[in-house]
Design a protein around this ligand. Structure first.
Ligand code: GLN
Length: 198
């Protein structure tokens, strides 16, 4: 079966995610309308500006539709601003967007000097270090008991998974290494296989 993954295309790094997903063997499409969600096996919420993405999601009915998508057992991968959009809690009291993942995130957490940087990261589930690009990145300050920490950078959580939800602070779509996209496509494959035997 061909796995079809959508990239939420309201704002942010969409084309790069589509390329990385194709490199990982999936069919990938830009998602602009809620009706498109029903034809997908998984969804990527890209980086950009979480406040803007959240606003547009509310405006176009994506909040309820994506919550339902998650409740149907379909995987979601949030990167950078997408991680913020997935979180149940945003440090500082800002209102959560999707509120799906049991974690508290801190926006723009790496300070001015370290606004953008690259590093090689160990990520649980990947067999070699991943080149990671951080751009005004958030970090995960605290996670609930069902959240598995996948990667830590200088003591801070930068990638995590809660069942079928995957999130990372950095931009995995900005390098040629599509290993984390392949990990997500495998999650979607597993979810799709489980659905078809039910
Ligand atoms: N700083 C952005 C935010 O807080 C996230 C940055 C990014 O996605 N590269 O929403």
């Amino acid at each position: 079966m061909t796995i079809k993954i959508g990239v939420l295309a309201l704002q942010g790094a969409v084309a790069e995610h589509i390329r990385s997903l194709q490199q990982a063997g999936a069919e990938a499409v830009a998602v602009k309308r809620v009706e498109q969600l029903s034809e997908l096996h998984g969804l990527v919420i890209p980086g950009g500006e979480s406040t803007t993405i959240g606003k547009l999601m509310r405006k176009y009915g994506f909040i309820e539709a994506i919550r339902q998508f998650a409740a149907d057992g379909k995987p979601i991968f949030g990167t950078c601003a997408g991680l913020i959009v997935l979180a149940q809690r945003i440090d500082g009291g800002e209102e959560a967007h999707l509120g799906l993942m049991d974690m508290t995130v801190v926006r723009n957490a790496f300070g001015r000097q370290r606004e953008s940087f690259e590093t090689d990261l160990e990520v649980a589930g990947l067999d070699r270090p991943l080149r990671a690009v951080f751009i005004r990145a958030p970090l995960i300050k605290e996670v609930g008991p069902d959240v598995e920490v996948l990667s830590v950078y200088k003591g801070e959580i930068v990638a995590a998974r809660q069942n079928r939800l995957l999130a990372c602070s950095f931009h995995p779509e900005l390098t040629d290494d599509s290993a984390l996209h392949a990990y997500f496509v495998a999650m979607a494959e597993e979810a799709a296989a489980e659905k078809s035997v039910k």
